[in-house]
Design a binder for this molecule. Sequence first.
Ligand code: SAH
Length: 489
Amino acid sequence: MPAKTVYIETVGCQMNVLDSELVIAALKKDGYTLTDSPADADVILFNTCSVRELAEEKTYSAVGRVLQHKRRDPAKVVGVIGCMAQKDQEKVRHRVPLVDMVVGTGQLAKIPELVRVVQETRQPQYALSLGRKDASRHEVEASFESYDPARDPQMRPTPFQAFVRVQIGCDKFCTYCVVPSTRGPEQSRHPDHIVQEVRTLVGQGCKEVTLIGQTVNSYVFDHGDGRRTRLSDLISRMHDVAGLERIKFVTNFPKDMTNDLLDAVRELSKVVKYLHVPVQSGCDDVLKRMKLLYTVGEYREMLHRCRERVPGVAVSSDFIVGFCGETDESFRKTMELVAEAKFKNSFIFKYSERSGTKAAERYPDDVPEETKKRRNNELLAVQNANSLADHRQWIGKSVSVLVEGRSKREQRSHHEADHVPQLTGRTMTDHIAVFDAPERLTGRTVTVDVEDASGFTLYGRVRTEELVGVTGEAELPIQRPRRVSLDLV
Ligand code: SAH
């Protein structure tokens, strides 16, 4: 009998990338292999994102396109999983009625079983967690299962880098954001489980872990006997894992950026000196309507503290432009903050009204699309100038780079066999570096002398001593999922 195959498309954040890895790992245990052709797949999954409307619309189009294969071959199982499934079960059933499975973020562990039920009964299957107001906090928490079972190196962007979930859900309830309802109540995982998972990953050849949580620096595990493990304690424990080279964590909430964490980032050599701490807006009135619990002044103070406590740290941010009631004057304040804050980079988004959020209930989405677009471009121009200055300060310095593989440019072009490819990787401050070097350096940490820089990339040369004495290692013939599109990096 030919092997059963699964095809998966993933959009959205790092949580989704990790969820897809885990879902595929579970299906492989059931005898599935991964394919990158939906036409040939027995099971087709869409792991979805609800943060902005555009992401949802793209998913509906993609599902629509794939359903043609199902019309031809009704035995195929098509599933919509993740955030959109949890948020819009009814809408998904209405807009794409041929879909066989709708599975929320807290129910992903059930997928192998649900696939079997669909195949046996031909009845659609739905598995969703409770809504935030449907039951007691404890019951809602219990309905969002933390899903962190066996890991599958094949599903990761590279075998030596992995995401590790330290926290599920979110309790911040920023008024614009769907995450508290799509991912449920905030719950921190037991530190022993996390450290054990990191050990397993290192055993599989992993060198860098990125700890993920919606507000990762709010991580705190209460042991119930008076002891509490904070993120700083957790990374200190992890630091002792032999073979692990780098520890990163995203995304941070400004109000929870405590000194113990900053001290740990400074003192622990494996911790990447990079903090993603989104501010969202430079105007206090807007921050208040977003319910962000800090003022611009407090954010500035936090930024100062980060740079004072962790000399040389790179900081990046997210911004939403055109939020409800954002005036020219509010936007001017955001421009001022970006100009002055000198972020390494910023992710800038146009506000997208999301049903079920407090902002959608309370405030009209009153900034015209044209204005959102213009503000987005203006903010980006200031950020780009700062990113260029930030990157150019590295020219003439040497950086330590964990080599991830061929650069994007290299992947797009074809070359002779003896051609030395352009490789890419990240520095200890999360800057992207590219350089020409043999592919066998992939997965190694090398020293690169930076010779030039754009606003996004450092261009350099690998130290020659790094190039000698490295024996060629056969590249594993690994098939990785092609379709992964990230909103965030
Ligand atoms: N807590 C996580 C996930 C938030 S989504 C984190 O901070 O990474 C990531 C970014 O998307 C947010 O920081 C915000 O800038 C943006 N975002 C969230 N909701 C949005 C909305 N309704 N419209 C536009 N951008 C949004």
